[in-house]
Design a protein around this ligand. Structure first.
Ligand SMILES: Cc1cc2nc3c(=O)[nH]c(=O)nc-3n(C[C@H](O)[C@H](O)[C@H](O)COP(=O)(O)OP(=O)(O)OC[C@H]3O[C@@H](n4cnc5c(N)ncnc54)[C@H](O)[C@@H]3O)c2cc1C
Length: 288
C-alpha cells in the first residue's frame, strides 16, 4: 500500500520475534525477520518451562522449530544484524550489517538484548545513565510506542523473564499492530480486532451457513460511508476470511498428519528409528 519493500520488519528471531511474525504473516502482511547477534534464548541450558514440551526441549531444536513455524507462516528470515532503524518514505528504513537497506511500513523490535538500533528514531526511549540503555518500559503492554508504526515486543520488563512470556508478548504486539493497521484503513473497532482462530465446521450452524447472513453481519458493523464497490469488496473479503476459519473433519485430519510429520522433521533420525524399532518389537510380541 505504501510502496515499502515489506509491510512488517521484525528485528530479532527469538521467541518474541518469531511469535509476532507468525501472526503478522498469517494475517497476510509481507513480513521479514532479521536475526543475528546476542541471544538470550541461546544462553538457556535447556528449556523446561515452555508448555507443550513435557520433558523440556533443547534450545537448538526449539530455535529451529520457531524459525520453521515463522517461515511456514510466510515470513522471510534473513540472518543478519540490524544496525539502525530510521524514518523513511511510507514508514521506516532498516540498515543491516551486510549493507542492505530495507524499507518497511511497520517495525517490531524483538531483541531481549540491545535496542541501540532504535536510537536514530527517538532518544527518549533510552535511559540517560551514560550507557544509552534502552528503557524497557517505554512501550505499552501490547508493544505500542509513541512512534506510529513502531512496536517493541522485546526488550520489555515482562518478556525478559521467560521465553513463554516473550512469545506471548510477541503475539500481543502483532495483534495490536494488525488492529492499528486496520483502523488506519478506516475499519471500526468491531471489525479492526482480529482473532486468528480456527473452528470446527460443526460450529457453523443454522443461518450462519448462509453467506447472506454474514453479509447482514458485516452491514451491521461497517461504517455507512463505505459504499459501492469498495464496500462490496471489503465485505466479501471479510466473509471469505471468516468462512475459511471453519475446518471440515477431513481437513482437520490432514492438518493433524501434516503437523506430526513436521515435528518429526525436527527430531533426530536415530531417535525416530530407535522408537520405530521398539514399537515394531512390541507389536510383533518379540521379547514379551
Ligand atoms: C542464562 C539464561 C537462562 C535462561 N533460562 C530460561 C529458561 O530456562 N526458561 C525460560 O523460559 N527462559 C529462560 N531465560 C529467558 C529467555 O531466554 C528470554 O525470556 C527469552 O529468550 C526472550 O526472548 P526474546 O525473543 O525477547 O529475545 P532473545 O531470545 O534474545 O531473541 C532475540 C533474537 O534477536 C537476535 N538479535 C539481537 N539483536 C539483533 C539485531 N540488532 N538485529 C537482528 N537480530 C538481532 C538474536 O540473535 C536473537 O536470536 C534465560 C535467560 C538467560 C540469560
Amino acid at each position: 500500500m505504501t510502496g515499502t519493500d515489506v509491510d512488517v520488519a521484525i528485528v530479532g528471531g527469538g521467541p518474541a520475534g518469531c511469535s509476532a511474525g507468525v501472526f503478522t504473516a498469517r494475517y497476510g502482511f509481507e513480513t521479514v525477520i532479521f536475526d543475528r547477534g546476542r541471544s538470550s534464548l541461546r544462553r538457556c541450558a535447556h528449556l523446561e518451562n515452555y508448555p507443550g514440551f513435557p520433558a523440556g526441549i533443547d534450545v537448538e531444536t526449539f530455535y529451529e522449530l520457531l524459525h520453521d513455524h515463522a517461515a511456514r507462516a510466510g515470513c522471510g528470515i534473513v540472518p543478519t544484524l540490524v544496525e539502525a532503524v530510521e524514518r523513511g518514505d511510507g514508514g521506516f528504513v532498516l540498515e543491516t550489517q551486510d549493507g542492505r537497506r530495507v524499507t518497511a511500513e511497520r517495525v517490531v523490535a524483538a531483541t531481549r538484548y540491545g535496542g541501540e538500533y532504535l536510537s536514530p528514531l527517538d532518544d527518549a526511549m533510552f535511559e540517560d545513565d551514560g550507557n544509552e540503555r534502552f528503557d524497557r518500559s517505554s512501550a505499552t503492554e501490547d508493544g505500542r510506542t509513541s512512534i506510529n508504526g513502531l512496536y517493541v515486543a522485546s526488550p520489555s520488563v515482562a518478556s525478559d523473564r521467560q521465553a513463554i512470556i516473550a512469545a506471548g508478548r510477541g503475539a500481543r504486539t502483532a495483534h495490536a499492530l494488525i488492529a492499528d493497521a486496520r483502523r488506519e484503513r478506516d475499519y471500526p473497532d468491531a471489525l479492526a480486532e482480529q482473532y486468528d482462530w480456527l473452528r470446527r465446521e460443526g460450529e457453523l450452524t443454522g443461518e450462519w451457513r448462509e453467506r447472506e447472513r454474514w453479509r447482514e453481519w458485516f452491514d451491521e458493523h461497517a461504517p455507512d460511508d463505505w459504499s459501492g464497490e469498495r464496500r462490496a469488496a471489503r465485505r466479501e473479503a471479510a466473509i471469505d476470511r471468516r468462512l475459511a476459519e471453519f475446518l471440515p473433519a477431513a481437513e482437520r485430519e490432514r492438518r493433524a498428519v501434516d503437523g506430526h510429520d513436521r515435528l518429526l522433521d525436527h527430531i533426530d533420525d536415530e531417535r525416530i528409528l530407535a522408537r520405530a524399532r521398539e514399537i515394531e518389537r512390541k507389536s510383533s510380541g518379540v521379547g514379551t
